[in-house]
Structure formats: structure tokens, C-alpha cells
Design a protein around this ligand. Structure first.
Ligand code: ADP
Ligand code: MG
Length: 337
């Protein structure tokens, strides 16, 4: 039942008419609904390869799967280095780089804090502040020791844990894109629960129309749509995975300084760029930074655009999106930053 609810709340809609979609497949993986549309270029063989890739990513990075490589690294924390696949090694290395470049907003070592809250499970809890503080002291990525000679990863202190939930879908989307490109696919939409890659354009000379969904449950209305081709669009928002206790909403994007869900005026941040791995981590990080700091930050990254939606139904975008807007939902207001 829970899975069906998640299915209904996928972040992104694409304003193609139903008739355009001739060929797509839906998979449930990476804790979300993955919809791959390759139109008339999709073959059973390619979809099978994509399904395998989804399984592979799950088995490398899902910390809820006991035998995943990330789980092995976590269970050996403070004990032994773990030799991992080049995929895991590279993604952990990239995560540490992103931790540095986002000044700590993206933190791949937040596992101890994230698992405390159990958000997304049947029994989420609000932990007490002392426990949060204690776990937070185990979340320092400086204590991840990586060795590129034998591709091993060692968490230096017992109790440390990696959580790549903020970047794994971006990695998987890039892998799927590579499969598609090597198979000669020239047009497609890879949508891993709101982590999107657009391949090519809708038809020659016509870019895709990408819509960012409103937070209302069970609707696929766009708050804003814009034209886009050969790009990735990744959204981090607080209205998909959350729980409410004593009237307070607790969601799944954490402030690495406090160990509590981020509190600011944002509902979602979407990052539009060339690479889905960085876009995934950046959407989480920019959400943590908030509107002002996040906008300043994204403006400095070449080739990267962003859309911010606030709880007051305001939409702020970078210049590159602003000039490509197709539609703004009348319930929302475009604001200048
Ligand atoms: P979604 O998983 O909904 O696509 P995100 O890409 O923003 O959204 O990832 C949120 C996930 O990232 C959380 O479920 C958690 O696993 C992890 N996470 C939460 N806060 C942070 C953070 N500050 N830095 C890195 N990862 C985080
Ligand atoms: Mg992310």
C-alpha cells in the first residue's frame, strides 16, 4: 500500500500528451518508482539491461540491504577497511568531494543521524537531543579513509555509517543513460522517482517540456514548466518522505549541523545540469543551504540552473530557466531574487 502511495506522488510530470508515449517501462527500485521511456527505440533487451542496472545499484548502495557494499563498509566501521567495487569507490570519493565543495551541506557520513529518525519506515521517531548530538559526532566525512591503491574504504570510528541516499539515484540514472547511449537511443526519459535524465529532444527541433510538480498529494499538476533538452533535472523536496508528530512536520533532508530536518522556507529545490550525480547531491545540498545561500552558490557553478519553490507558493529560478519558462501555475508567483 505504501509503495502505491509513493507511486502516486512522483515529483515530476512531463507534459507530453499520452499519445506520445509509445514505449515505457515502470520498475520499483531504489525505494521509488522508476519510469523509463524509450519510445519506439526501446527493446526488451535494453529494458532488461536497465532493470539489471537498477538491481546492481541497489545491491551496491542501499544501506537497508545487509549485503550491499555500503552495509559492509558500515558494519566494519572502526574495525577493518573493506575492498569495494570501482563503482562504490568512485561514488564515495565523489561524495567526499561534494561534501567539501558544498561546505558540508551534502554529508555522505550522516548515516548515524538518518537511521535514528527512521523516516520512511512504519515507525518514525523524534529522537531526543542528546542522542542526536551523540550520533552527530560520528558524522564527520574526514574520518572516511579511502585507499585508491586497493580500492578500500574504512570508517575510522565505530558507529560511523555512510548514507548515499542523496546521490545514488543520480549515479544509477547516469549508468542507465550510458546503456541507452551505447545502444544508440537518441530520445528518452529516465525518471528514477524524480531524478530525471532527458536524452535528446521530443522530436527534431522540439525540446522537452519539463514540469516541476506542485506538492499537493495525488496530483500531477505542474507549478512551473520550461523547455529543456539533453539535461538532467533532479528535485529534492520535503513533501514526499515525512511524518507529522504533535503538529510538526519532520522530513528526510537533514541539516548536518543540527541533526534535525532542515527548517527553512523551501518546499523543493530542482537542479538542472549536465550530470545527474552532481545534480542529485547538489539538490540536497542547496536545499540545506536555503534560498539565499543556495541561490548564490548555484549561480557560481557553470552550466547549472535551479528552481526553488517556497512554502508561500513563490518560485525563484536562475536566469537560464527564466528565459525558457513555458507555463506558470496561476497559484504560484515567479519572484525575482
Ligand atoms: P530523494 O531521496 O527524495 O530523491 P534527496 O536526493 O534530497 O531526495 O535525498 C534525500 C536522502 O539523502 C535522504 O533520504 C537521506 O538518505 C540523505 N540525506 C538527507 N540529508 C542529507 C544531507 N544533508 N547530506 C547528504 N545526504 C542526506
Ligand atoms: Mg539528492
Amino acid at each position: 500500500m505504501k509503495k502505491i502511495l509513493i507511486l502516486l506522488s512522483v515529483f515530476f510530470i512531463f507534459s507530453c500528451s499520452g499519445k506520445d508515449i509509445q514505449d515505457y517501462k515502470v520498475f520499483y527500485a531504489l525505494d521509488t518508482v522508476c519510469r523509463i521511456s524509450l519510445y519506439d527505440q526501446g527493446t526488451d533487451e535494453i529494458y532488461k539491461a536497465i532493470e539489471q542496472e537498477l538491481l546492481l545499484t541497489e545491491n551496491l548502495f542501499n544501506s537497508h540491504i545487509t549485503n550491499s557494499e555500503i552495509s559492509k563498509i558500515n558494519s566494519e566501521a572502526g574495525k577493518n577497511p573493506v575492498i569495494v567495487s570501482p563503482e562504490t569507490f568512485n561514488l564515495v570519493q565523489k561524495s567526499i568531494e561534494l561534501w567539501k565543495s558544498t561546505e558540508g551541506a551534502f554529508n555522505p557520513a550522516l548515516g548515524p543521524v538518518i537511521s535514528l529518525w527512521k523516516i520512511g519506515s512504519e515507525n518514525p521517531v523524534v529522537p531526543d537531543s542528546d542522542t542526536i548530538a551523540e550520533k552527530l559526532s560520528l558524522c564527520n566525512p574526514d574520518q572516511i579513509i579511502i585507499n585508491n591503491e586497493n580500492l578500500s574504504i574504512f570508517l575510522n570510528t565505530p558507529g560511523m555509517a555512510l548514507d548515499l541516499g542523496g546521490i545514488a539515484k543520480g549515479f544509477c540514472a547516469e549508468q542507465i543513460k550510458n546503456i541507452c547511449i551505447s545502444e544508440g537511443i537518441t530520445k528518452g526519459i529516465i525518471d528514477l522517482g524524480g531524478n530525471i535524465i532527458l536524452i535528446g529532444e521530443k522530436k527534431p527541433g522540439y525540446p522537452w517540456t519539463a514540469g516541476i510538480r506542485t506538492p499537493e498529494e495525488n496530483t500531477f499538476d505542474a507549478a512551473i514548466s520550461f523547455s529543456c533538452k539533453d539535461k538532467t533535472i533532479v528535485t529534492s523536496g520535503i513533501y514526499e518522505r515525512f511524518f507529522i508528530k504533535d503538529g510538526v512536520l519532520y522530513h528526510h533532508i537533514f541539516n548536518p549541523e543540527t541533526g534535525f530536518p532542515v527548517e527553512n522556507r523551501l518546499l523543493s529545490v530542482s537542479v538542472i545540469s549536465e550530470n545527474s550525480i552532481t545534480a542529485d547531491a547538489l539538490s540536497t545540498a542547496i536545499f540545506v543551504m536555503g534560498l539565499e545561500k543556495g541561490m548564490e552558490y548555484v549561480k557560481k557553478i557553470p552550466g547549472t540552473e535551479a528552481v526553488f519553490i517556497t512554502k508561500e507558493n513563490e518560485i525563484f529560478t536562475t536566469a537560464g530557466i527564466r528565459e525558457n519558462i513555458i507555463f506558470v501555475n496561476p497559484a504560484y508567483k515567479i519572484k525575482d531574487f
